[in-house]
Structures are given as structure tokens and as C-alpha cells.
Ligand binder design. Structure first.
Ligand SMILES: Cc1cc2nc3c(=O)[nH]c(=O)nc-3n(C[C@H](O)[C@H](O)[C@H](O)COP(=O)(O)OP(=O)(O)OC[C@H]3O[C@@H](n4cnc5c(N)ncnc54)[C@H](O)[C@@H]3O)c2cc1C
Length: 470
């Protein structure tokens, strides 16, 4: 099949509503951080699994690359196509049906293009909780969440996207459909095929639907913004709160003063909830059921003990939904504050939680001699995951900073993370941005197995070419 015939056949499969005209496709061809500007031979939006399967069969026969795209909020350029002649961008946005909610089984079957916030709302309307949550939830999609194994703000309690899925439906590169949507809690019949596609970033197939786990909805949230003595105290406090609340901690987010300052400077609506400035903060939240006054008093008992142990120095506890939102704003809008400041070089790193204090201390000391920079670090400390971001010195443009010192600084951050037994990619994946890091930091055995999996599932190499190990 020659390319132009194949493209015409694909356009016929999806019909006029399924083809995005080149002038409207521009936003889909740029990644959300604007690091990459892509090109595609065609941008299509199939409306069903059957259409998606037909499209892939044609691409497979013609050897055309297929780049799946969800909400295009990914941080690693994974959803950007890079070939104006031989790659098709396949957007899942038209596949946004909630297929089923099973309140007895606590599951929800959704199509891949359902936006995360819509999935949360559907669960809420059924009186249940879908706990995956992150700053991009208004645009990112379930298919993208599963394909990046997204983490977010409640991993400590509920796990990553991988932990929240019971089954998936995938269109394979040849156009076949693997349907594992039984929604069973127990099914040990053979290999866990679903695991291959979770976190594969679209390099093995297109996820078209999933059975998600739902949970009982907590009735009471308690949220506190705490000035802590330091990173070690923050880690001790997370462990204390987990022990003393029966593991009801739903979020434990660390914020450095430097990140808070950026938010206070760049977002007019942001207010420091405490009177005195501190160097280190923890946003701690518990989610519980039962009598709200009992939940509050248990939360206060934990915080009191933490005061006495010297872990906490000052605290603001939210007394209303509005106050809770004002505290969360200080954490969730850090990426936006960094962007308004001119942008940052981002590092999304993970170590065991106990090694976070050493990571921060050594990173500050070891980066200092490598070139002028400003730090902004914050993140999901309860998961051992920090966003360790570097901003150019005041007056220097991000691009110049990236070119001059960015490489050396990034190398030190990742080397140090590796020395401490950590990962250069905690939750954002690899995409195209971190391919070299994968090559550098993964063991030869792990790389060999990843390539073997890729070759077995996608022998013609059509799925998301050039990404991860492709
Ligand atoms: C403000 C903000 C906050 C964020 N916070 C977090 C956070 O806390 N935690 C976190 O983990 N991430 C976070 N992210 C990153 C991003 O939102 C997540 O990675 C999200 O899961 C990506 O979903 P998406 O639908 O936008 O995927 P896209 O960006 O469209 O795609 C991401 C990757 O998945 C592949 N893909 C997408 N859909 C499919 C599919 N149906 N089948 C196969 N492959 C597919 C793409 O090819 C690409 O490789 C944040 C991003 C922003 C902008």
C-alpha cells in the first residue's frame, strides 16, 4: 500500500468528523511545554475501537507510524509526531463514553478519551471516588494517564494509575483488539498482559478503554499547611501521620520556600497562610469517614505530637472548602508560577522517602559550583518524589541557561539520584525527552528486555516511533 492511498483510506474510515484540518491541528502538534514542534501526515480522531482498529491495520500494512495522543498534557514530548510524511497523529478525544459503572463491584468502565476530571465526576455522581488526581486533570485523559502510569497528588494512599486499573482494551499495532475488560479482582490465568501497556507511552498499542477501580468516598477532609523543621522532619511527620491516623493520609506534599516565593510573586491571588517565613513546608491532608469533630480532633492530636517532637513549627488548618482550596493553590500552581517567571529546567526524580533529606542537601551543595541558578523544589514527598527544578538567574533567558549550564546541572541531579538508588523519571515518563537518560541509567538487562518486548509486540516499529526505546 503506498502512503497516499493509505492516508486516503484512513480518512475514509474515520469520515469527515474524524479528520482534523491542518490549520486546526497546530495545537496538537506542539507539546504542552512547547519544547517540541511536530509534524504529521494526517491527524485523525476515530470515534470507536472498531475505527481505531481499522486505522491501525492500514498503518501497519503501509508501515506508517502512529502517535497516540490523549489530552496532550504530557511532560516528555511523547504525544508529538515528528514526520510530516509517514506519521499519523491519532487523537482519542472522540472516544469519551463512560461505558458502565458497577456500584457493587466498585468499578467503572470508560473509554480512553474520557478526561480525568469527567471520570472523577462520574464516580462522584455514583457516590464513589476515583482517586487519581493531578494539576492537569481538567485536560488529561484516562488513556494518557494509563499510558504514562501517572502519579499525582494521592499516590501515597491510593497508588499510581497502574494500581487503579483492573483491565484494559488495546488496539494492537496489527489492528487486532486485545480485550481484557472483565473487571475481575482475581484473574491469574497466564501473564499479566495489561501491565505491558501501562506506562508504555503508546509504544506498544493504543489503549481504547479501561476498567477502573472505584473506592468509597471519604466524607471528611482535613488539610493543614505546616512549617516544618526541615526535609527530615517532613518525612518523620508523614510517617507519624500515617501511623497515628490508621493510614488516612491522602496527600503529603513538600514545598520549599523558594517555590512558595515564586507562587506569591507570580500569582496575585496567592497568600502566605503563616505570619512568619519558613524554609520548608508540608501540605498534609487526611481523608476519612465518620464524625467530623472526631476526625478533626485526631488530626490535631497528631499535629500536637509533631509540635512537641519539634517536627512542626507553625500550622494553618483549613476550616472551610475555600480555605482548603487556598492552601492547595500554593502547591498546585507552582508549575504555573515557574512558567510565568520564564520557565524552568524540570527534573522529576524519586528516591526512597528516607533518602529525600540527603538528596536535597547534597543537590544544593553539589549544584552550586556548577553555575548560577535558582532552585524551586517541591513535590510528592510521601512517595519519595521531588520535582527538583532549576530556574535561570534573574535576567537570564531560559534558553541561554539551558545551553550554557543546563546540561551539567541536569547530569549532576540525575547522577546524584542514581547514587542514592533513585529514578530519573518518577511519574512523567520518558517520551522523546528522556530517551538518553533511559539508555544511560537503566541496566543493560532491563534495556534488552524492553527492546525484546517492543520487537515482539510491534515488529514493524509503527507505534510511537522514536519514543522510549523505539
Ligand atoms: C499542570 C500539570 C500538572 C501535572 N501533574 C502531574 C502529576 O502530578 N503527576 C503526573 O504523573 N503527571 C502530571 N502531569 C503530566 C501529565 O498530565 C500526565 O502525564 C498525564 O497522565 C498525561 O495524560 P494525557 O492524556 O495528557 O496524555 P498525552 O500527553 O496526550 O500523552 C502522553 C503519552 O501517552 C501516550 N498516550 C496517550 N493516550 C494514549 C492511549 N489512549 N493509548 C496509548 N498511548 C497513549 C502518548 O503517545 C504519550 O506518549 C502534569 C501536567 C501538567 C500540565
Amino acid at each position: 500500500v503506498n502512503t497516499s492511498d493509505a492516508l486516503a483510506r484512513i480518512a475514509a474510515i474515520v469520515g469527515p468528523a474524524g479528520v482534523i484540518a491542518p490549520r486546526d491541528a497546530q495545537p496538537l502538534l506542539r507539546d504542552q511545554r512547547e519544547l517540541f514542534r511536530g509534524e504529521a501526515a494526517l491527524v485523525v480522531r476515530p470515534a470507536s475501537t472498531a475505527e481505531c482498529a481499522e486505522v491501525l491495520a492500514v498503518c501497519h500494512a503501509a508501515g506508517l507510524g502512529v502517535v497516540p495522543q490523549g489530552g496532550n498534557t504530557g511532560y516528555c514530548g511523547g504525544a508529538t509526531p515528528f514526520d510530516a510524511g509517514r506519521q499519523v497523529l491519532l487523537s482519542l478525544t472522540r472516544m469519551h463514553r463512560i461505558r458502565e459503572i458497577d456500584p457493587l463491584g466498585f468499578t467503572m468502565t470508560v473509554e480512553a478519551g474520557v478526561v480525568l476530571a469527567a471520570a472523577q465526576r462520574a464516580a462522584e455522581e455514583a457516590g464513589l471516588l476515583f482517586p487519581l488526581s493531578m494539576g492537569s486533570e481538567g485536560s488529561c485523559q484516562i488513556g494518557g494517564n494509563l499510558s504514562t502510569n501517572a502519579g499525582g497528588l494521592a499516590v501515597l494512599r491510593y497508588g499510581t494509575a497502574r494500581d487503579l486499573v483492573l483491565g484494559i482494551e488495546v488496539v494492537l499495532p496489527s489492528g487486532g483488539v486485545l480485550s481484557e475488560l472483565k473487571g475481575l479482582r482475581k484473574d491469574n490465568a497466564g501473564y499479566d498482559l495489561r501491565a505491558l501497556f501501562l506506562g508504555a507511552e503508546g509504544t506498544l498499542g493504543v489503549i481504547t478503554a479501561a476498567v477502573l477501580k472505584l473506592l468509597p468516598r471519604p466524607q471528611v477532609y482535613e488539610t493543614a499547611w505546616l512549617a516544618v523543621a526541615g526535609p527530615q522532619a517532613a518525612c518523620e511527620l508523614v510517617a507519624r501521620a500515617r501511623r497515628e491516623t490508621g493510614d488516612q493520609v491522602s496527600s503529603a506534599e513538600y514545598v520549599s520556600r523558594r517555590s512558595l516565593d515564586l507562587v506569591l510573586e507570580r500569582l496575585p491571588e496567592a497568600r502566605d497562610p503563616l505570619d512568619v517565613a519558613h524554609e520548608h513546608y508540608l501540605l498534609l491532608e487526611i481523608a476519612a469517614t465518620g464524625d467530623p469533630s472526631l476526625v478533626r480532633s485526631r488530626f490535631e492530636t497528631v499535629l500536637q505530637a509533631a509540635f512537641e517532637a519539634g517536627e512542626v513549627r507553625d500550622a494553618a488548618i483549613a476550616d472551610s472548602g475555600t480555605q482548603r482550596a487556598a492552601l492547595w493553590l500554593l502547591r498546585e500552581r507552582i508549575p504555573e508560577a515557574e512558567r510565568r517567571d520564564g520557565g524552568s529546567i524540570k527534573h522529576d526524580i524519586a528516591v526512597r522517602i528516607g533518602r529525600i533529606p540527603e538528596l536535597i542537601e547534597r543537590a544544593e551543595a553539589e549544584l552550586a559550583p556548577l553555575g548560577a541558578h535558582r532552585l524551586s523544589f517541591y513535590g510528592h514527598i510521601g512517595d519519595g518524589n521531588l520535582h527538583f527544578n532549576l530556574l535561570p538567574p534573574v535576567g537570564v533567558a531560559l534558553e541561554a541557561f539551558r545551553e550554557r549550564t543546563g546540561g551539567a546541572l541536569t547530569r549532576r541531579v540525575y547522577d546524584l539520584t542514581a547514587e542514592l538508588g533513585g529514578s530519573f523519571s518518577a511519574e512523567h515518563g520518558v517520551g522523546i525527552l528522556k530517551r538518553d537518560e533511559l539508555e544511560h541509567y537503566k541496566s543493560p538487562e532491563a534495556l534488552r528486555l524492553m527492546r525484546a518486548v517492543k520487537a515482539a509486540l510491534d515488529p514493524r516499529g509503527i507505534m510511537n516511533p522514536g519514543k522510549v526505546v523505539g
